[in-house]
Design a binder for this molecule. Structure first.
Ligand SMILES: NC(=O)c1ccc[n+]([C@@H]2O[C@H](COP(=O)([O-])OP(=O)(O)OC[C@H]3O[C@@H](n4cnc5c(N)ncnc54)[C@H](OP(=O)(O)O)[C@@H]3O)[C@@H](O)[C@H]2O)c1
Length: 207
């Protein structure tokens, strides 16, 4: 199975790439394609046609305080977390690279969920940019599904991981990479879940 994942120089993406083997042929897409099997975003022609595409690359945010709203920072996070994955997906599609695609997985967050955001105090929120970009991905998934593509589309919350974006007390990103691999290989994500798939618990968080 050919798997293509964006953002592989650290965190979850790096761990998924490290699981590469004969039956799980992972290729990475990175701003810094320094290792074998990792491509730059603009080297579309040489990419293998993936059966699974994982849009993973993202940046974090600093907490909500609208009195200190930083328009440039907001634009950047909307660009990296929302515009870039949509644009890359569309580029691959138009280039004929997604003819084998069976599973589109977008790495969202529990903050992709409006009910989850509503249930939190402001102090527990990661920032306007992160909440709005990740919640927009939930809307994107629901609109994209209306087009009835021949592949499934799912949004996945990988849990709070022990990455730079996450927390030192978080779950080991390697464990979540293995869980993601097992769910891909057993075809769990051929089903389109009516919410955000929480990888650590297998729960569905409402959109
Ligand atoms: N960590 C958590 O606790 C947590 C919780 C919920 C959801 N998530 C989600 O899980 C995914 C992976 O998170 P992670 O913790 O593994 O993150 P991470 O370690 O920060 O890695 C994210 C990757 O995104 C790419 N990236 C960083 N800045 C970028 C930029 N300006 N433009 C384009 N790409 C950029 C990098 O890949 P390259 O250098 O290879 O381009 C980087 O390796 C993200 O979508 C995140 O929102 C994480």
């Amino acid at each position: 199975m050919n798997v293509l994942i964006t953002g592989v120089s650290s965190g979850l993406g790096k761990e998924v790439l490290s699981l590469r083997n004969r039956s799980f042929a992972v290729y990475g897409v990175s701003r810094n394609p320094l290792t074998p099997h990792v491509f730059s975003y603009d080297s579309i022609d040489t990419l293998p046609n993936p059966e699974v595409l994982i849009l993973n690359a993202a940046i974090g945010d600093q907490g909500v305080d609208f009195r200190a709203f930083d328009a440039d920072g907001f634009k950047e996070i909307m660009d990296v977390n929302l515009m870039q994955p949509l644009t890359y997906f569309s580029t691959l599609y138009r280039s004929g690279k997604l003819t084998n695609l069976k599973q589109l997985l977008i790495i969202g967050s529990r903050f992709s969920s409006l009910p989850y955001i509503q249930s939190q105090e402001a102090s527990a929120l990661p920032g306007y940019g992160y909440c709005i970009s990740k919640a927009s991905l939930a809307l994107f998934v629901q609109v994209l599904r209306k087009e009835s593509f021949p592949f499934s589309v799912n949004l996945v919350h990988p849990g709070v991981m022990n990455t730079v974006m996450g927390s030192p007390e978080g779950i080991h990103a390697g464990d979540m990479a293995q869980k993601l691999q097992s769910k891909i290989l057993d075809d769990s994500f051929l089903h389109e879940f009516n919410g955000i798939y929480a990888l650590p618990t297998d729960e569905i968080i409402p959109f």
